[in-house]
Design a protein around this ligand. Structure first.
Ligand code: GLP
Length: 251
């Protein structure tokens, strides 16, 4: 696990955007795994600016998002579909046919999950997977206790995630209780390179345990210690509880 402690959030966004751009430029048709949440918003902003200045071209890129709330239509203001359109897709030239996000209001959720998994496999896996992390260590919506062997499936959100995401819905009662999420196994097996981003002190405990604690389903992100190609980029606040600071690169 390669850990980079960025000076501040803008710096984290620049470093991660450089990794995405390198992937898009070097792969003939790059497959990107994308994340939602407030953390990657600055990364998407940077990529949009770079696209607008002609620095990067997404015309041959395919994307797969990590997750989506169950029960929300694509146009629901809090759907991850809408989030991705607003913050990234509508501003760049990724072909709409190449954008994949689980359909949260699909009438047959199990079939949708299986098909999603198959689509990633047919695409040849994911060249670069962007991840955020929940304060409880979740990746995608793989909550503490998730089976490390799990594939894309319907999951139940933990109480802490419902609380954390209530800020977007205005009321805890409005937060969907279920989501479709790529599984831990999906992420681990299909991703050739994983970049996990975290900023802010509310992520500091999760980052320390994820990187330096035991590998355990109680801290889902800790399994990334066993992946062959992981880059973790944190700002100083999210990295402040890491014990082996001297081992990590700063930028
Ligand atoms: C959400 C998403 C995750 C995301 C996490 C952190 O629940 N399902 O993919 O990484 O929470 O979000 P944020 O970046 O807003 O802290």
């Amino acid at each position: 696990m390669n850990i980079i402690i960025a000076d501040h959030y803008d710096n984290l966004c620049e470093v991660s955007a450089d990794i995405v751009k390198k992937c898009v430029r070097t792969q003939e048709s790059a497959v990107l795994g994308l994340a939602t949440g407030s953390t990657p918003i600055g990364l998407y902003k940077k990529l949009i600016l770079d696209y607008q200045s002609g620095d990067v071209d997404f015309s041959n890129v395919t994307t797969f998002n990590l997750d989506e709330y169950v029960g929300l239509s694509r146009s629901h203001p809090e759907s991850y579909n809408k989030f991705m359109n607003d913050h990234f897709f509508q501003h760049v030239n990724i072909h709409p046919d190449n954008i994949h996000i689980p359909q949260g209001d699909h009438p047959k959720l199990e079939a949708e999950c299986k098909q999603y998994e198959d689509l990633i496999r047919y695409a040849g896996g994911i060249d670069l997977q962007i991840l955020g992390i929940g304060s409880n260590g979740h990746i995608g919506f793989n909550e503490p206790g998730s089976d490390p062997e799990a594939r894309t499936r319907v999951v139940r959100l933990s109480e802490s995630t419902i609380e954390a995401n209530a800020r977007f819905f205005g009321d805890t009662a409005l937060v969907p209780r279920l989501a479709i999420s790529m599984g831990i196994k999906t992420i681990m097996e299909f991703s050739k390179h994983i970049v996990l981003l975290a900023n802010g002190e509310e992520k500091a405990d999760a980052i320390q345990q994820m990187a330096e604690g035991p590998v355990t389903p109680d801290m889902p992100a800790s399994i990334l210690q066993t992946h062959h190609n992981v880059t973790v980029i944190v700002d100083k606040k999210a990295g402040q509880k890491l014990k082996n600071q001297s081992l990590y690169r700063t930028s």
